[in-house]
Design a protein around this ligand. Structure first.
Ligand code: SF4
Ligand code: SF4
Length: 457
């Protein structure tokens, strides 16, 4: 089999020459049905990416991942550090989903939805085509000496690239610290530190370098997901595949297979891959080669799909997709995790309280002769309404005195801390520790009861 004989593709990366130099990829602009779908999805995702930081529900952003203040907002619901177990389960479920999705559909994420591919193919490359022209013209510009035209084209292109990179960095920072704080850069009322502004500019420059210079290398050298493909894919995984049974031997003779060796599929590949050599590490499953080959097949009056989404088993043996034990195990784990996550979200309390005896304090005698212990209370209000919390001692009999105000006002989506005394009559207090029970009310509504210990000495 031609494909088996030609194994050299497994020893080198398409964009590194024999001498170890970078081979710059000048890819042709794809065109076709799948590219149109990809554009629709890609521009939709880009719009979502830029709009979300400005969207507010009940005064809260839709998403915020503020690691510094440890404040996380998902779909306008605030998750506090106390909710981190929910975020942990969400992340694990997401990773399992990615693994399962990859095991079945291969690298569809990479070619269709990954921000690197979406911005590279639909934004940066299109600007390049607009300013420098076709791949042949780009190659000519790069090879020629410095001229006024070349300086102008390169400066304009890189300036636009940097501005887009800055807009991406700015938006990513908005997800981290909120859009108001970031917009203050432009309004002269700086709400973030100057260091953050410098970090933002450095970060934007890194993004610019990724899209202007690193490009396709990101998918194989930097991205951990790209590197995992070898273990995630098997013979049943769907991938952009060349039907070598139908296509080989290549050529234009009547005895030859359907591939006329026109290399259209190679010319459109932004990863520099010749998919006819089999599934390769660099291939992001973008489907540009499918569109290119389908166009050739139509011209040749041959059926489409010489390059198509198919598993190796499908190409080799004509078998359709089947559930493997691996997929069944992944699916079961995913369903269990999702059920657990839904239960966690459904039982998540809107108001969360923590009561701890103030460390290092002992029992002391109050002016009225009772014995007191000091406690700290933390109340997190996850609702969108301000609440007024009162504490009542259920057992044993005694009273609670909150330092400052007997009623604790907790603003919406905020955390309030206070200290309070539990005072018990001398007759009840014994040498050893007593168990006490405290009720926490929001208005008339009993939120919960908490047990704690009361030091007798
Ligand atoms: S081989 Fe085809 S699917 Fe893979 S990256 Fe190249 S054009 Fe995209
Ligand atoms: S585009 Fe199709 S026919 Fe042309 S070289 Fe590629 S696989 Fe062969």
């Amino acid at each position: 089999m031609e494909q088996e004989k030609n194994r050299t593709f497994r020893d080198k990366i398409s964009y590194v020459s024999e001498q170890g130099r970078r081979v710059w990829i000048y890819a042709k602009r794809p065109a076709g049905k799948l590219y149109n779908y990809r554009m629709l999805l890609g521009y939709f995702l880009i719009t979502i990416f830029y709009i979300v930081p400005y969207v507010k529900v009940n005064g809260n952003p839709l998403f915020l991942v503020n690691f510094i203040e440890r404040k996380f907002i998902l779909f306008s619901k605030i998750f506090w550090p106390q909710d981190s177990y929910i975020l942990f389960v969400t992340m694990i479920s997401f990773f399992i989903f990615i693994i399962l999705f990859t095991a079945i559909y291969g690298r569809v994420w990479c070619g269709w939805a990954c921000p690197q591919s979406v911005f590279m193919e639909l934004v940066f490359r299109n600007i390049e085509y607009l300013i420098e022209g076709s791949p042949a013209e780009q190659r000519k510009i790069d090879a020629e000496n410095l001229t006024f035209k070349k300086i102008f084209q390169k400066t304009l292109k890189h300036l636009i690239f940097w501005i887009i990179a800055f807009s991406m960095g700015f938006t990513l920072f908005a997800y981290l610290m909120g859009i108001e704080k970031l917009l203050s850069i432009f309004y002269g009322t700086l709400l973030i530190s100057k260091t953050t502004v410098v970090v933002l500019f450095v970060f934007s420059t890194v993004i610019y370098l990724v899209f202007a210079k690193l490009r396709e290398l990101t998918c194989t050298i930097v991205c951990p997901y790209g590197r995992l493909q070898g273990v995630l894919l098997d013979k049943n995984s769907m991938a952009v595949s060349y039907d070598f049974k139908r296509g080989e031997p290549r050529g234009n003779n009547s005895k030859d297979g359907d591939c006329i060796d026109c290399k259209s599929c190679v010319q459109v590949c932004q990863q520099g891959v010749d998919i006819r050599n089999g599934i390769q590490l660099e291939c992001t499953n973008c489907s540009a080669c499918i569109d290119a080959c389908n166009k050739i097949m139509l011209k040749q009056n041959k059926p489409k799909g010489l390059i198509r989404y198919a598993s190796l088993n499908n190409i080799e043996n004509g078998t359709n997709f089947k559930m493997t034990p691996r997929i069944i195990i992944y699916s079961t784990v995913l369903v269990l995790l999702l059920s657990f996550l839904i239960t966690l979200l459904a039982t998540r309390k809107d108001i969360q309280t923590t009561i701890l005896r103030t460390p290092g304090t002992l029992a002391f005698q109050q002016e009225d002769g009772t014995v007191g212990n000091l406690y700290n209370i933390k109340i997190i209000n996850k609702t969108h309404n301000q609440i007024s919390v009162t504490l009542k001692l259920i057992s044993p009999s005694g009273n609670i005195v909150v330092a400052g105000n007997q009623q604790l006002i907790v603003k919406d989506q905020e955390l309030t801390e206070a200290v309070f005394f539990v005072n018990l009559s001398k007759d009840i207090v014994q040498e050893k520790d007593l168990e006490i029970e405290i009720a926490i009310y929001a208005g008339e509504e009993l939120l919960e009861t908490k047990k704690n210990t009361f030091k007798g000495k």
